[in-house]
Design a protein around this ligand. Structure first.
Ligand code: HEC
Length: 152
């Protein structure tokens, strides 16, 4: 009797388990979606092109306006004459974002050339909020675009 009951019940409990597992795995992607409504910002694909287009021609090892070099993580983290410009996790405390949000004055960045779009500013804000990951080595190096520094 017991064994008959067992053989009767076993397929059902297996079925229930499978249903539970498959139900769980179905839920997971949705969970991940709600958790990450904000896009994950990647330094190499999202941040580097912005720095390269708008910033490093004035902020590199030869042209150190404001004492700031944005061509490598190590240099950027040393900050400007004023101090740290990127405070990982704290966009509001990051001078780099303050400089971008200024409209006028010598501290409004970029000092010359087109301003950043709202989307680009938001990318940098999110990047800092998400921990300002900046890889070492080739990936993380932001070579200045070739321009005649004297004409800037
Ligand atoms: C045309 C040259 C030029 C470009 C392009 C430029 N900067 Fe600057 N940057 C300067 C100068 C000049 C200063 C020094 C301003 C001062 O202290 O009066 C400076 C200073 C800064 C500082 C330090 C401010 C402080 O108070 O210490 C930050 C941060 C900064 N720039 C960020 C950027 C970022 C980010 C970009 C690109 C979006 C950028 N800059 C593009 C010329 C430039």
């Amino acid at each position: 009797m017991t064994s008959r009951l067992l053989s009767f019940c076993f397929p059902f409990s297996l079925f229930a388990l499978t249903a539970l597992v498959s139900c769980d795995s179905k839920n997971q992607p949705e969970q991940a979606k709600t958790d990450s409504e904000q896009p994950i910002v990647d330094f190499v694909t999202d941040v580097k092109p912005i720095l390269q287009e708008h910033c490093v021609r004035c902020h590199n090892e030869k042209s150190l306006f404001g004492g700031l070099n944005l061509t490598t993580k190590a240099m950027a983290m040393r900050g400007s004459d004023t101090g740290a410009i990127i405070v990982s996790g704290y966009p509001d405390k990051s001078l780099i974002l303050t400089a971008l949000s200024l409209e006028h004055g010598e501290k409004a960045m970029p000092a010359t050339g087109p301003k950043l779009s709202d989307e680009e500013k938001e990318t940098l804000r999110l990047w800092i909020e998400q921990g300002a990951e900046w890889p070492d080595g080739e990936e993380g190096s932001v070579p200045p675009v070739e321009v005649d520094v004297k004409s800037v």
